[in-house]
Design a protein around this ligand. Structure first.
Ligand SMILES: C[S@@+](CC[C@H](N)C(=O)[O-])C[C@H]1O[C@@H](n2cnc3c(N)ncnc32)[C@H](O)[C@@H]1O
Length: 437
């Protein structure tokens, strides 16, 4: 536990020097997944701990109104402490709660939604039991890589750092994503100069792996041949390259369309496009959306991505899919055309230009699934003029609660909210909330 180096000098508060090392008792786990203790009336946030732990911590600085402690030694373990199953746990920034037993973890995770909605004035009894998504099912991940002193590491960033944890094990990833890492490490070591770093967005599609490398490198003919040979050897669907800073995506080896299927409709995924992290999670969310929408038609699917809800909804409804990312919407529209699905599409920035009152009025239900910032502008308009049913899908309980309050001020009642654990062992939570008026 004591492997992390100190990050800078701890700052004093109002001239009072920070304590160096402390012995603290962890009372609870906070919203970011860190244990919370108390020292002279101030909270101390300590990662990788559980309630009931007595821990020796090094004070690394301040966080918000409290102190940030790094656990040096667990002196007495709390009752819900278990042995973390992954050997990278404690260094890798991917997971923060493997030290907590499963029942305590599931209760804490559901409480993230209960508490966020509770703070916004909603009743905890409206929150359904936690829907679990299996570890080992993750089909999409962004790996970091870096070459330092000749050695290339590929994996996830260490907690709060740019250091890359060279991944040899991961309990979250679907096996093909993990299995390709040794070969990827070798490939990148041959292409990336010392001191450079980058990312690989890896997606397991129905037709094979789709890799998008984002890094600075001058690819000569020999490099391109090497990349194409790699794609061939590992039977990838596609391998693309992009310079950092959102440059053009260059398709280096396009062997087959990278295909995903939503309710049986095949969609050719653009490189790097958003996709729910696991198929199991995507289906759980889609089924909650469908249950709520019933046979209401037409439906607006806002922040539609490549159509993970659009196509399931078309079983019972005509759907208007709105999305800000042009390439995702093109893929959705092409799939809808070839399946002759009842779908219309619109490329629109919903944060700047939410659907207007006269536009939302023509739908009988609206589904929205925004990024972490939520959909405040759209929720305001729905509150004024929205249809009888609104379904909010969210990866951020705090912004979901804010948007829920906006809807409630417009007369919507929250019927139920279901927490979906798409990101096991982390402090991230997905949820589907159903509103009616
Ligand atoms: C959480 S994803 C959901 C996508 C889709 N519903 C799914 O389940 O795959 C959010 C989507 O919103 C899109 N998006 C982000 N900001 C947007 C904006 N301001 N206007 C419209 N779409 C936006 C992203 O491109 C992404 O496809």
């Amino acid at each position: 536990m004591s492997r992390r180096p100190r990050q800078g000098k701890p700052r004093a508060k109002r001239g009072v020097p920070l304590p160096h090392n402390l012995e603290v008792d962890i009372g609870a786990i906070g919203g970011r997944g860190d244990g919370i203790a108390s020292h002279q009336g101030e909270p101390v946030f300590v990662p990788y701990t559980v309630p009931g732990d007595k821990v020796l911590v090094r004070v690394d600085g301040r966080r918000g109104d409290g102190l940030l402690g790094w656990p040096l030694q667990v002196l007495v373990g709390g009752p819900s402490r278990v042995e973390p199953p992954c050997r990278h746990f404690g260094r890798c920034g991917g997971c923060s709660l493997q030290q907590l037993d499963d029942a305590a973890y599931a209760a804490w995770k559901r409480d993230l939604l209960v508490e966020a909605l509770g703070r916004a004035g909603f009743d905890a009894r409206l929150v359904a039991p936690l829907l679990r998504i299996s570890p080992g099912s993750r089909r999409r991940a962004t790996f970091a890589f870096a070459r330092r002193r000749g050695r290339l590491a590929v994996g996830f960033n260490a907690r709060g750092s740019h250091e890359v944890v060279d991944l040899g094990q991961c309990l979250l990833l679907a096996p093909p994503l993990l299995d390709v890492l040794p070969a990827l490490r070798e490939l990148l070591a041959a292409l990336i100069e010392d001191g450079r770093e980058g990312d690989v967005v890896a997606t397991l599609t129905e037709t094979g792996l789709d890799l998008l490398v984002e890094a600075e490198a001058r690819l000569d003919l020999f490099d391109r041949e090497r990349l194409a040979a790699f794609a061939e050897h590992y039977n990838l669907a596609r391998l693309s390259w992009r310079r950092p800073g959102g440059g053009e995506i260059e398709p280096v080896a396009h062997r087959r369309p990278a295909l995903v299927r939503f309710a049986g409709v095949g969609v050719e995924l653009p490189p790097g496009a958003f996709l729910q992290p696991s198929q199991e999670g995507e289906r759980a969310l889609a089924s909650l959306v469908l249950d709520a929408a019933g046979s209401l038609s037409p439906v607006a699917d806002l922040y539609a991505g490549c159509g993970s809800f659009t196509f399931p909804l078309t079983g019972k409804a005509a759907v208007h899919a709105v999305e800000g990312e042009a390439s995702a919407l093109r893929a959705l529209a092409a799939a809808a055309a070839s399946a002759q699905a009842r779908v219309t599409t619109e490329n629109r920035d919903l944060a700047r230009r939410p659907l207007l009152p006269e536009e939302v009025k023509r739908f009988r239900a609206v589904v929205f699934d925004p990024p972490r910032v939520g959909a405040a502008a759209q929720a305001e308009i729905l509150a004024q003029a929205g249809p009888p049913l609104v379904v909010a899908v969210s990866c951020n309980p705090a912004t979901l609660a804010r948007d829920a309050r906006i809807l409630a001020q417009g007369g919507y009642r929250l019927r139920r909210a279901t927490p979906v654990d798409q990101f096991p062992w982390s402090a991230h939570l997905e949820a589907v909330a159903v509103f009616e008026r």
